[in-house]
Design a binder for this molecule. Structure first.
Ligand SMILES: N[C@@H](CCC(=O)N[C@@H](CS)C(=O)NCC(=O)O)C(=O)O
Length: 222
């Protein structure tokens, strides 16, 4: 198995899943600020030119949400049993995949990268705060995000929630979301989370948001 990786949150979801499953895999670093996601070889794997991508026994899976779900189904792990429990789990899974993840990314973009749109900053910081309120309310009544047991929703959410202090810095990070904080402490204490953090620490990528990085990550803006 080959994981095309960067230390950013979406690839980190997959790192946690692979570590939870105890699978062995090779890591291929893709330095997105250097434009390595735009090579023809990489785009043959993911036409959307983003990490993560997983090559698994001849199958190629891209998009972090798809990869975590693919692995869960393939190995029969971290999914609930029963139709109703699955309906509940998938609802929360896609709330995370299409809500918390991309809105966190946009909040970072408009508070850190492109700071001169007051409307966009307000739109995304308030929208991510609203998503965290939904999550906090959920965790007031459910031990894990998807339901009674730890599973794909928690694995999906961990990678962005650990960045909440950065994503929502001006609003105090997780300070207003005690249920999310308590849930995070529980998930982050898992041995697999420690191994995923070790993997992150072992890889270094370009960090400067210089013009070359902006052109690599946001080519449509030029
Ligand atoms: N929906 C995709 C988003 C992937 C994504 O945005 N990846 C970022 C790193 S977290 C990336 O590759 N950025 C480089 C770029 O956009 O050019 C997923 O969840 O995998």
């Amino acid at each position: 198995m080959k994981l095309y990786f960067h230390t950013a949150p979406n690839p980190m979801k997959v790192a946690l899943m692979l570590e939870e499953l105890g699978l062995s895999y090779d890591v291929v670093g893709v330095d997105t600020r250097k434009g390595e996601q735009h090579t023809e070889d990489f785009k043959a794997l993911n036409p959307n030119a983003k990490v993560p991508v997983l090559e698994d026994d001849g199958a190629v899976v891209f998009d972090s949400g798809a990869i975590v779900l693919w692995l869960a189904q393939k190995h029969g792990r971290f999914l609930p049993t029963g139709d109703h429990a699955m309906a509940e789990c998938l609802s929360w899974y896609f709330f995370l995949t299409t809500g918390v993840s991309p809105f966190s990314g946009q909040a970072v973009h408009f508070t850190r990268v492109h700071k001169d749109s007051e409307y966009a900053t307000r739109r995304y910081t308030r929208e991510i705060a609203r998503h965290y309120r939904v999550l906090d309310d959920r965790l007031a009544t459910s031990p894990f995000i998807g339901g009674a047991e730890y599973g794909i929703c928690d694995i999906n959410a961990w990678a962005w929630v650990r960045m909440a202090g950065f994503v929502m810095e001006a609003d105090g990070g997780l300070a207003n979301y005690p249920n999310v904080q308590a849930w995070f402490d529980k998930v982050d204490a898992r041995p697999a989370a420690a191994r995923a953090r070790d993997l992150q620490a072992a890889h270094t990528f370009k960090t400067e948001n210089d013009e070359a990085a902006m052109r690599a990550m946001f080519p449509q803006n030029f």
